[in-house]
Design a protein around this ligand. Sequence first.
Ligand code: TRP
Length: 382
Amino acid sequence: MAKEKIILTGDRPTGRLHIGHYVGSLRRRVELQNSGEFDKIFIMIADAQALTDNADNPEKVRQNIIEVALDYLSVGLDPEKSNLFIQSQISELTELTFFYNNLVTVQRLQRNPTVKAEIQMRGFNDDNAADNKAGIPVGFFCYPISQAADITAFNATVVPVGEDQEPMIEQTREIVRKFNSTYAPVLVEPEILLPDNASCLRLPGTDGKAKMSKSLGNCIYLSDDSETIREKVRGMYTDPGHLQVSDPGKVEGNTVFTYLDAFCKPEHFEKFASCFVGKKVSFSFASLDEMKAQYMAGGLGDVMCKNFLYAVLEDTLAPIRERRHRFEQDIPYVYEVLRRGTEAARAVASQTLAAVKRAMKINYFDPGVLDELIAEQSEKYR
Ligand code: TRP
């Protein structure tokens, strides 16, 4: 039998999901889901991982589980095809983590560039931090190991994530190899699947900063209403050197164009041609390349570009927003999806845990095993 193709991925529920999540991961998940190429798809709301640096605020995590679930459903993840579940309700994951902990060194964890950056960002190492943050929580430091449990519990072969998750997948692969060579070959080594469009690898914030992040206040959320999006696009960072409309403009590092790279489709130029009809000048573009060329040559103003970007974003986001509103009116359904998904996921994780314990020979009371164990140990004392 050919190896099953299984996807596992997920998000920490620390806020609503934004368009960076959408182009970096969600959009791809929906495509993969609808491709029919995968035997199973698991999408996890990683609340336990979210608690590794929010121990003092479980309420925030609790509130955001439903937000993330609504975002999932609104982008088109379909519970009939993708298993949506809540991490903390699967205790098998913590058991796996406990055994994997022994296969990873402190030094190896310290080398993880994503964890390093997060420690910096959260000020865990800052003795002068005003609150009690100084010091790295052990749980946070070790979350890459728990992430390996998430992935291997479901025998995932493919993990579609953003590039910041690359070190986690690498760590997972190392744990799998170490486990399989130390005990028995029961774990599956996953592959990472990165976004294929460079501007989607890491969508910058509306302020042009490298990353869209809640704490920087530079996000466009999937749940933002139309007027909010218009305002955010209006205030967006462009080319600070593009002072006069007639000046040549830069498209590199210009957030408006980075977003267009991520969202614009060829048909948008016909559909939203009116955005380029002005009082003084008008343009007609057939492609993003033509639009960029005009911007670089001068004459094409930021206002026109922003109006077009707003139309393009709305084209993608309006249907998502409408679907979200429908699911918001049926919260019992959303929790039922999560409850059922969690139950199904738990059944799979529990099989993996059983296989792991068998491989480690710590399944003392399994049927048949106890008899053998008794015979073996009795022999020793005969
Ligand atoms: N670390 C991921 C994030 O911050 C969330 C996550 C937890 C995850 N476990 C995972 C992603 C397993 C992929 C696979 O978004």
